[in-house]
Every structure is written in structure tokens, then in C-alpha cells.
Design a protein around this ligand. Structure first.
Ligand SMILES: Cc1cc2nc3c(=O)[nH]c(=O)nc-3n(C[C@H](O)[C@H](O)[C@H](O)COP(=O)(O)OP(=O)(O)OC[C@H]3O[C@@H](n4cnc5c(N)ncnc54)[C@H](O)[C@@H]3O)c2cc1C
Length: 305
């Protein structure tokens, strides 16, 4: 290592504590930057040391290998904050801002367009990367632009507009390119009744928590829907609810969720994903692709998105 290590850098940090599945090995190097400057300094340090670097948000769409991750992993959940303009409907949010918090604030300000986002336990950055969506809405419909940096040139932030992000169902260009999202600008519809928006937002949350296993560690829906079919319905029709490998189980409540019933490993979850894919392929000739992103090495041959 040539340059001195920046403040906040830690070694061998268990990533299970930073993912909603509660699985995953250790990051070789890890930090939770408190400021943009610190994030940039950490990326510059990794680049100078020829280490791979990545940024995660709330870890709510990640399957991190039991073997852990080489290089630097940055969690940006401390980089929170958002400014809402109730007149124009414009929201400027930092990438680590929790998307449910933003949805609630927007509703209280009479801004419509994020009511669907209240049950998605991720960050603004993760929502932009994944084009997160629910209940008929998605990020691409309300996002105007993102401010990003290339980890190899962390001192040069630049903007990508909505049309440059190649948004599609649970997809954006950011999944292919190693760009770090620093902030996002949204444009919502102003002038709505805050009480009505808050009611709708709470209703959306209730309909999810009453039909999905929110009390157990998971990553939400594991598989992309093979439109026009629903992955959950295909899996349920094959009688796979409750199928388990070790501590990983196809949720008895919602078949597109795999839950950690306690002590599951990433490998067990990965094997269960493969088992479900094989059964659906054999029964319907359909390849189910994962919505969840794997990080690090995995043995299985499970189909990625
Ligand atoms: C109970 C539950 C319900 C869910 N329901 C839904 C749902 O209805 N709809 C839906 O779309 N998803 C859902 N999800 C999945 C998940 O919440 C979303 O995909 C979310 O957008 C991920 O955000 P995150 O901050 O957790 O990203 P992470 O999981 O931390 O990361 C996801 C990917 O984005 C990258 N990334 C994250 N932040 C940045 C950044 N700042 N810059 C560059 N790359 C970044 C990561 O490297 C990774 O590749 C659910 C998850 C759970 C646990």
C-alpha cells in the first residue's frame, strides 16, 4: 500500500451484518463513509492500491458469498439527506437516503409518485441501480438524473440523465458499469393532498407486510417475473413453498421469497435458488433468472439476471 489508509477503514468486517439476508463472509477492507469527501478518498486509496472497490446500500438485494469479498467494500447508508421542493416537485437526495423515508416525506409534502416505494427497504442509490419498483410504479418513472463517479477517477463527478440510464424492468445501465451513485434527482407531481398520499402510502405498506414475510431475513423477491407469468405463482404451483436447504427456505408465505430461518449460509441460499430454477425448468421449460445480485465466488451454476 503506497498511500496512507484513509480514516474509517476497517479490516475483515462481517458483511452478514450489512445484508438483509444476514449472510455473507467478510470484506477484506470495509468502511462506511460519513461524507462525500471521505467516500472519494477511500475510492482513491483503493485505486492507488490496485484493489477492486464496490459500493453497497442497505444490502437488501445482495447475496454475498460465504468466502467474503476481496478489496474494498463501502456501505453508503450514512450518506443520507434529501431536499424536497413542494412547489416544483423536485427532490435532491443523497444515495444513502432510505427510499421508504423519502416516500413518507414526499407524501407529507404533497408530492405524488413514490407511494409504491414505502415497502422497499433499500437506499436511493440501490433503487436507481436496480430500477426498484412495486405496485405498478418504479424508479425510472420518477428519476430525472443521477450524479455518479467512476471509482478510477473519484474526483470527477458527472451526471447521467434518465434516458442515458437504459432503464428496463429491474434493470439499469448502472448494473453493468462500475459507477458509484452519489445522489439522485427525482421529479414528482406537486400539489396533492398530503393526507390522501399518506393514506395511500400506508395502505401500500400494509398490503405488502400482510402478504410477504417481512419478519424474517430475506432479500425480497429472488426471481424476476418471466412476464407475463409470475415467478411466485409458478413456484407455488409446483408445491415448493417450504422447501429447505439448511437454514434457507422457500417462504411458506410468499413463494418468490427465500428466507433465512436462522443460521443459513449464502451457499445454502444459492443451492436453494438452483434447486428452484431446476424444478421450474423441468416442469415448464422456463429459465427463472435472479433479481438478487450475487457478490463474490459461488459454486453453483444458478442463472443470474
Ligand atoms: C423485504 C424486502 C422487500 C423487497 N421488495 C422489493 C420490491 O417490491 N421491489 C423491488 O424492486 N425490490 C424489492 N426488494 C429488493 C431491494 O430492496 C431493492 O432491490 C433495493 O432497490 C436495493 O437497494 P439497496 O440499497 O439495498 O441496494 P444493495 O442491495 O445494497 O445493492 C444492490 C446493487 O446496487 C449496487 N449499489 C447500491 N448502492 C449503490 C451506489 N450508491 N452506487 C453504485 N452501486 C450501488 C450494489 O453494488 C448492488 O449491485 C425487497 C427487499 C426486501 C428485503
Amino acid at each position: 500500500m503506497n498511500a496512507p489508509a484513509p480514516l474509517g477503514l476497517r479490516r475483515a468486517v462481517a458483511l452478514a451484518d450489512y445484508t438483509t439476508w444476514r449472510v455473507g463472509g467478510a470484506a477484506q477492507w470495509f468502511a462506511e463513509p460519513d461524507s462525500l469527501e471521505q467516500l472519494q478518498a477511500l475510492l482513491a486509496w483503493a485505486h492507488g492500491a490496485s484493489l477492486p472497490a464496490r459500493v453497497i446500500g442497505a444490502g437488501s438485494n445482495l447475496l454475498v458469498s460465504d468466502a467474503g469479498l476481496e478489496g474494498l467494500t463501502l456501505c453508503n447508508r450514512r450518506l443520507q439527506g434529501a431536499e424536497l421542493d413542494a412547489g416544483s416537485g423536485v427532490i435532491e437526495a443523497q444515495a444513502g437516503e432510505p427510499i421508504p423515508t423519502l416516500a413518507r416525506r414526499a407524501a407529507r409534502a404533497g408530492l405524488s409518485g413514490l407511494e409504491w416505494a414505502v415497502g422497499i427497504p433499500g437506499t436511493v442509490g440501490g433503487a436507481a441501480v436496480m430500477n426498484a419498483g412495486a405496485q405498478g410504479g418504479c424508479t425510472a418513472e420518477v428519476l430525472e438524473s443521477v450524479t455518479v463517479i467512476d471509482p478510477r477517477r473519484p474526483d470527477h463527478p458527472f451526471e447521467l440523465t434518465n434516458s442515458e440510464l437504459d432503464f428496463a424492468y429491474r434493470h439499469s445501465r448502472l448494473q453493468q458499469e462500475e459507477l458509484v451513485v452519489l445522489a439522485a434527482r427525482f421529479r414528482l407531481q406537486a400539489g396533492h393532498d398530503p393526507a390522501e398520499l399518506s393514506r395511500r402510502t400506508s395502505g401500500n405498506l400494509h398490503s405488502r407486510t400482510s402478504t410477504q414475510p417481512y419478519q424474517q431475513p430475506s432479500c425480497g423477491s429472488v426471481f424476476r417475473n418471466p412476464e407475463p407469468q409470475k415467478a411466485g405463482q409458478l413456484i407455488e404451483a409446483l408445491g415448493l413453498k417450504g422447501l429447505s436447504i439448511g437454514g434457507a427456505q422457500v417462504s411458506p408465505i410468499h413463494a418468490n421469497f427465500i428466507v433465512n430461518t436462522g443460521g443459513a449460509t449464502a451457499s445454502e441460499i444459492d443451492q436453494l435458488i438452483s434447486a428452484v430454477q431446476e424444478r421450474v425448468q423441468a416442469a415448464h421449460g422456463l429459465a427463472l433468472h435472479t433479481e438478487v445480485k450475487r457478490l463474490g465466488p459461488f459454486e453453483g451454476l444458478a442463472l443470474a439476471a
